[in-house]
Design a protein around this ligand. Structure first.
Ligand SMILES: *Cc1c(COP(=O)(O)O)cnc(C)c1O
Length: 367
């Protein structure tokens, strides 16, 4: 927490707005929209809920297919299944580790030959790094298919002058406890389509029709964000840029101390973009010291320091067994990233001393 949260929480208590609506919710929506530079935002109970609403607004139904990055957290794809639709996974490319325009192009070519285009494409910006959006937007425009940008991990990042999450028809942020700013749980759907956002708010409050009694003509959800948590979000947003700076500093110190090791590769930063460096992520290529992701995790674990592998690609998840995957080339890039990648401790409040402990542990393994 930054310190200002209590003030907004007190406002909620003093005005007795203890509900999934209220002044903090409205203000948080406006503040996020203005921060990222879009016309509007709808505050919801999670990033997953925001993704689900985006698919609902794009009228994804049981007969549809949706393309989705394979290298991501499962929440990116679950809403496709909530809609009864079929996911098709798209591999990463080596520069950004995000959706490969080459694999996406292949998937579109096949889909168009079969006469069945996807209803939407979910593009994920992992660990703060933007995907190659120019290329991806251009392919999707060519086929007239809308993009949902899953920017749950990239709030505060910039792609060619635009804030991450604003390059598709809809953008999604998460304020889960592990994200760069948090409301403990929460999410935001952003768009320049204000009508669609009104519809999102309607769907998120049980799709209640205008009537004095409770009337419903369609099925909705209970997805709105509480006015108390929105208060937490407002204070968190005030320190977002500071958080980005501290995460970038953490990244820079790791790079400064470890990049001389030739078997370590840092996730790069695409030219003309700025990553929030939500997590510092590295690849451990084969090396003469036999250092692997698991040996690093084990060694750090002995010192009570937690580190984890990168996201396991969704096409390797048992629950998505049999789902089609389009690879970037003969070797699937996301599988290599999963085998060789590790997230280093990256919390915004990490001290330099803590970080040096992590660095020394890794350096020791390589000596
Ligand atoms: C965290 C996350 C989500 C889901 O957000 P929740 O608020 O936890 O529902 C979706 N996609 C990605 C890539 C995430 O990291």
């Amino acid at each position: 927490m930054s310190g200002n949260e209590q003030k907004y929480i007190n406002d909620a208590f003093e005005t007795n707005w203890i509900a999934p609506l209220g002044p903090n919710v409205d203000a948080f929506e406006q503040e996020i929209a203005s921060y990222v530079g879009v016309k509007g935002a709808a505050a919801v109970s999670s990033g997953t809920a925001a993704l689900h609403l985006a698919l609902q607004l794009l009228e994804v139904t049981a007969d549809d297919i949706v393309f989705c990055s394979t290298f991501t957290f499962i929440a990116s794809a679950n809403p496709i299944v909530y809609q009864g639709a079929t996911p098709v996974f798209i591999d990463s490319e080596p520069d950004t580790w995000n959706m490969s325009p080459l694999a996406l192009q292949k998937a579109f070519k096949d889909a168009s030959e079969k006469g069945k285009l996807p209803k939407a494409v979910i593009v994920v910006n992992l660990y703060g790094q933007s995907a190659k959006m120019d290329e991806i937007v251009s392919i999707c425009n060519q086929y007239g298919v809308p993009i949902v940008e899953d920017a749950a991990e990239s709030l505060g990042s910039i792609y060619k002058g635009k804030k991450s999450g604003t390059l598709g028809k809809f953008g999604v942020y998460s304020f889960n406890g592990n994200k760069i700013i948090t409301t403990s749980g929460g999410g935001m759907l952003v768009s320049n389509d204000l009508e669609a956002l009104d519809k999102a708010r309607f769907l998120a409050t049980q799709a209640r029709d205008q009537a004095p009694h409770y009337q419903h003509s369609q099925v909705g959800y209970n997805y709105r964000l509480s006015n108390i948590l929105a208060g937490v979000g407002r204070a968190q947003l005030e320190v977002l840029d500071e958080r980005v700076e501290s995460r970038r500093n953490i990244f820079n110190l790791y790079r400064q101390k470890l990049s001389h090791l030739k078997s370590i590769e840092f996730m790069s930063e695409l030219p003309e973009t700025l990553s929030n460096r939500w997590l510092t992520t590295i690849l451990i290529h084969e090396n003469e010291f036999n250092v692997t992701v698991s040996s690093i995790i084990e060694e750090l674990g002995k010192k009570n320091i937690e580190a984890r592998p990168l996201w396991k690609p969704l096409h390797l998840q048992p629950v998505f067994n049999g789902v089609h995957i389009y690879s970037h080339n003969e070797q699937n890039v996301s599988e290599y990233l999963f085998k060789r990648g590790i997230c280093l401790p990256s919390g915004s409040n990490m001290t330099r001393e803590d970080q040096i402990k992590v660095i020394d542990t890794i350096l020791n393994l390589f000596s």
